[in-house]
Design a protein around this ligand. Structure first.
Ligand SMILES: C[S@+](CC[C@H](N)C(=O)[O-])C[C@H]1O[C@@H](n2cnc3c(N)ncnc32)[C@H](O)[C@@H]1O
Length: 181
């Protein structure tokens, strides 16, 4: 329910620039922390799984690092809206939006992957990324707080991250870093 609320909010508000801007701006510090965690630079090819209709993760990465981003979503409507808005607001440089489910479709090659909080089958996506990525690649997941674990899915304790960064959001307080072996 909460999960769908955010996806719907993005679809409704993406065509209204003040709402688009405000929502994308809210996540600036989150993505900045993840850029430091994954040491993302302009040389990286970043895969963002679950970009939504307002692909703020992709936008911040391009703006802050100059990296190229492939942004994936399994929802056709979100993909179409994201493409439309990026073009309309002239934010489409270095961002390619694609339809696909991160559980079984991973566009390659990528050097870093960032997975949205709302991507529920996190273990399957992590294992899929591990099997498709180049050794040494960085995989970043937003881990929900205990209260939101059932809603968003989570990575259990036996999936130990190599590092993490703190986040100041209601639904998640940490982003985890994994390595492709
Ligand atoms: C509404 S949020 C968008 C997050 C955000 N705009 C960002 O930049 O991080 C989550 C999106 O993830 C998508 N999603 C959920 N599970 C997915 C999966 N397995 N593969 C691809 N997209 C997924 C949903 O369709 C939804 O649009």
């Amino acid at each position: 329910m909460l999960k769908n609320l955010f996806a719907s909010w993005e679809k409704i508000s993406c065509n209204f620039y003040p709402a688009f801007y405000f929502y994308h701006r809210l996540y600036r510090d989150v993505v900045q922390n993840e850029i430091k965690l994954g040491q993302i630079t302009s040389n990286d090819k970043v895969l963002n799984i679950g970009c939504g209709a307002i692909p703020f993760t992709a936008i911040h990465i391009v703006q802050m690092t100059g990296a190229k981003v492939i942004a994936l979503d399994k929802d056709t409507e979100a993909v179409e809206r994201a493409k439309h808005c990026l073009k309309k607001y002239r934010l489409d440089r270095n961002i390619e939006i694609k339809i696909g489910d991160g559980v079984n479709e991973i566009p390659v090659p990528f050097t870093v992957a960032i997975v949205a909080l709302q991507v529920k089958e996190k273990v399957k996506v992590l294992e899929n990324l591990q099997s498709k990525g180049e050794p040494g690649g960085n995989l970043i997941f937003r881990q929900p707080t205990d209260a939101y674990k059932t809603v968003y899915g989570f990575l259990p304790n036996d999936y130990l991250p190599v590092s993490k960064t703190l986040q100041n959001m209601k639904t998640f307080k940490e982003s985890y870093l994994y390595k492709v072996n």
